[in-house]
Design a protein around this ligand. Structure first.
Ligand code: SF4
Length: 252
């Protein structure tokens, strides 16, 4: 057995053992993810970095899963140098696996800043732009947060048209029709809940009253538009096909 010092505490370690193994055997916590006692160490995750004096006397970070215990070795597992190294190592891992609960919890345990869980939004702003520039409802906006831009409900009123959800490339914007109500979501955050109207021809629930009122107010008085406002798309198509057929039928 040899004596080493970890965080000012002298401990006994078996010769040939690694610092991580010695720390674990003595109840000293060092974060690690790629170490397994049945396998040779690989140093892949880099989380187990500790501060130690190099042979030249300079303080350096070395991976405790690889560093072998030597008599008189002085190790720091909690120093500004270790904290900086650990933060970088966690940042790399969280970049690769941002929604890993295990990595997020471990980072929080070691007081490493954890970015918010990604919600799948790629900040393309298609939903915000279409709602503002085409629909004109201004029901969505992009806000700057410390952790990056986020789409949130805007100042306007959502009319439940569903255009944002149709355009969203990652399906973060969603529309759900249930029990006669349409709900528009940004991931799991509700933007609006609006009652659905029935098609006057087939009776199917098909659009929100707010959307129909919006269409009524924004379209010209033309038989091919206003005449089919109270019909679902399938019935509207059927009616217009019939109208075309009637027009083309030779007069007797
Ligand atoms: S469903 Fe609401 S948020 Fe989405 S585009 Fe239509 S009005 Fe805007």
């Amino acid at each position: 057995m040899i004596e080493i010092t970890i965080d000012n505490t002298p401990i006994m370690a078996e010769e040939g053992t690694t610092i991580l193994q010695a720390a674990r055997a003595n109840g000293i916590a060092i974060p690690h993810l790629c170490y397994h006692p049945a396998l040779k160490p690989s140093g892949a995750c880099k989380l187990c970095g500790v501060e130690v004096a190099s042979p030249t006397g300079r303080q350096v970070i070395m991976l405790s899963c690889i560093l072998k215990a030597k008599p008189g070795l002085v190790i720091k597992t909690d120093s500004p140098m270790v904290a900086e190294h650990r933060e970088k190592a966690f940042a790399k891992l969280l970049n690769l696996a941002p929604d890993s609960e295990r990595i997020r919890n471990l980072a929080a345990e070691y007081k490493v800043p954890v970015p918010p869980m990604p919600n799948g939004c790629i900040r393309c702003r298609l939903c915000v732009r279409v709602c503002n520039d085409v629909v004109g409802a201004r029901a969505l906006k992009m806000v700057k947060k410390e952790t990056g831009n986020r789409v949130v409900p805007g100042e306007g009123n959502c009319i439940g048209c569903g255009t944002c959800a149709n355009l969203c490339p990652t399906k973060v914007m969603r529309v759900k029709d249930e029990a006669g109500v349409r709900t528009v979501y940004i991931k799991d955050e509700v933007v609006s809940r609006l009652p659905l109207e029935r098609c006057e021809a087939c009776g199917n629930l098909y659009a929100t009253s707010d959307f129909l009122a919006h269409v009524e107010a924004h379209t010209g008085d033309h038989p091919h538009t206003k005449a089919v406002h109270h019909l679902c798309t399938a019935c509207a198509k059927l009616m217009s096909d019939r109208a075309v057929t009637e027009t083309l039928r030779p007069k007797k």
